[in-house]
Ligand binder design. Sequence first.
Ligand SMILES: [Mn+2]
Length: 344
Amino acid sequence: MSDRPFRIPESTLYAAEADEFDEFGSNDLPSYSDWRGTFYKVPWAVDEDAIREAGADVAIVGAPYDEGVSSRPGARFGPMAIRGAHVTSGSPWSWSIQAGVRPFDLLTVVDAGDAPVVPGRPERSLRVIHEKVRRVARAGAIPIVLGGDHSITYPSAAAVARVQDPATVGIVHFDAHADTGADQWGSLIGHGEPMRRLIEEGWVAGSNFVQVGLRGYWPDEDTFAWMRDQGFRWHTQVELEERGVEAVVDDAIAEALDGADRIYLSVDIDVVDPGMAPGTGTPESGGMLGRELLRAVRRIVGSVDLAGMDVVEVSPPYDHAEITAMLATNVVMEAISALAVRRG
Ligand SMILES: [Mn+2]
């Protein structure tokens, strides 16, 4: 038995007489302290001039809109929840273990705030989301849009395609659902229709539209026949299980870029199993693992020319312990980290 005494050292490194008030800057403080509302405490740059002045490579954009849902609402609170879910790190000095980089050292990332959405005017909301994303992209930053329900991909991807023109954009779309419906109870702008609008309006070629993770019981065979006519490619959840995520994702990248120059990545969080992403409006059992989605995002963003991205359908009222919001935050961080490696 040792007679070595157990001693607890001084519990802080700083003497009381040091200037404690100014001891920590905003970025040194924990994520919950002096949080001013941005994603990972990155600086605000809410208009084109500020984004240009910052020389931003990436700009976070909120699209707090959920009037397109076919069932359970709440995704309008997604941007707030995703920005607030940086619970373990949340500093712009964060280090990515997966990517081996400090992404914010290699990339200039800003938070451009939200599109000026109001309730009760869905068409206007989609138009202002389009304009917000267009301004961000036009200022030279890659927009990463936090939804919002999936309706927002229609104005957002159209804005990116518009700014990229004459370069062309292909879409890799992770989702349990194809979101290619013709209409939703007579509405053309529900969250089940955005991909059809993008095709019908010619923002993206059908042959460069690739979907990953489809499962469940919607849409019906007529809709899949329409998709086939447009040249869509899709990879079901069952295919992911049989061939593995990596092989499928490699095919998806090749298909989306088969004729297109850049990629818009759309991630519906419901592609992940409801056990790992419960906070969403239209969950489908039997989905991807969270880690599979994160790996897929790293692989895609690390190997393509990313033009824009969204993460949608996080519905905080249905979330538990921020599980879904944290996953969405990490999806964004994996993309930023992979981009940092690619550009760094
Ligand atoms: Mn979905």
